[in-house]
Design a protein around this ligand. Structure first.
Ligand code: FO1
Length: 318
């Protein structure tokens, strides 16, 4: 039997799009060949505990615990602690599950005893026997904030969860990104990769905070490895979340071409929907190879097929 190939792949992940692609990638490559750089712009503190949703989803995915309906949190979750907090008139708009709390409590213990975020994540991964490397984009605080029509800044979680993405957004800031240093693990993962994949994550709220770190963006620009991205939009509509609306509100084209323009400094290949084939030429004019494919990731078959198409394009012999 042909074994799984030996390569080193780095993915940039945020939100729920890239984890769906990762389910397909895992069927074709061993976890230990993967390094995933996670967005931490969504991170927030609840009841004194740091919650890092994008990193946590990766931890749950690679420990086979992810809730595959929501693509965040733990499967078969219960909310007894949250209910109790509600009885005590504490805010409960951010649904922290009982099982999920265990990860936050463990991380809090590590961070309080002086671990960096990278070290704390690494420790949780080791304990959960995860062999993929999950690394945060930075150990420093970077906070994605959304400016509403009254010029007030909302945290990403307030915008997403409390206000259900219903608020018009005038601007998005990645607070702290000017001073934050990328982790050396993230930079090393970009430098040493045989190929780099940007999954179909929201370019503003999931990929944007990572690219806002100059060291990450420069490493991608300098990388000799092929950089391949998957569009999160099909016919100008996002598969999930507010990507299309946010792009429009911020003055970008809410199409795969618009996203290609955002990534053009470092992108080699862009996988777009077959429904967007009319954009192919304009994307190629940017110096990016455009491939049309079914980019829906609803079913396991679609996840594996898209992962296979990407890995084949990268030149991995499957
Ligand atoms: N998303 C929601 O829509 N409602 C929630 O109550 C909620 C709680 C939550 C708890 C832990 C966690 O890791 C993620 C959680 N999310 C929730 C998802 C999350 O906030 C966003 O989907 C991600 O930040 C997207 O990047």
């Amino acid at each position: 039997m042909k074994g799984k190939p030996q390569v080193s792949i780095t993915l940039l992940s945020g939100g729920t799009g890239t984890p769906k692609l990762l389910l397909g990638v895992r069927e074709l490559l061993d976890d230990n060949l993967l390094t995933i750089i996670g967005n931490t712009g969504d991170d927030d503190t609840f009841f004194g505990l740091l919650v890092s949703p994008d990193i946590d989803s990766l931890i749950y995915l690679f420990s086979n615990q992810l809730d595959l309906e929501k693509f965040w949190g733990v499967e078969d979750e219960t909310y007894n602690t949250l209910q109790q907090l509600g009885m005590m008139k504490e805010p409960t708009w951010f649904q922290l599950g009982d099982k999920d709390l265990a990860l936050h409590l463990a991380r809090n213990r590590l961070l309080s005893s002086g671990y960096t975020l990278t070290e704390a994540i690494n420790e949780s991964c080791t304990k959960l026997e995860i062999t993929a490397k999950i690394v945060p984009m930075t150990d420093d605080p970077v906070k994605t904030t959304m400016v509403n029509e009254k010029n007030e800044r909302l945290s990403f979680q307030e915008y997403t969860v409390k206000f259900r993405e219903k608020i018009p957004v005038k601007a998005v800031h990645y607070e702290g990104s000017e001073k934050a240093k990328a982790t050396k693990e993230a930079i090393r993962a970009i430098k040493n990769a045989n190929a780099i994949i940007l999954g179909p994550s929201n370019p503003i709220t999931s990929v944007g905070p990572m690219l806002a770190l100059p060291e990450i963006k420069n490493a991608l620009i300098k990388s000799k490895a092929k950089v391949i991205a998957v569009s999160p939009l099909d016919s100008g509509k996002a598969f999930s979340g507010p990507a299309a609306r946010l792009l429009k509100e911020l003055g970008y084209e809410a199409t795969s071409l618009g996203i290609a323009k955002l990534y053009k400094e470092f992108l080699d290949v862009f996988v777009i929907s077959t429904n967007d084939s009319e954009l192919r030429e304009s994307i190629q004019d940017l110096g990016i190879k455009a491939i049309c494919s079914n980019i829906s990731l609803k079913t396991k078959t679609e996840q594996i097929n898209l992962a296979r198409a990407i890995l084949t394009e990268i030149g991995i012999n499957l």
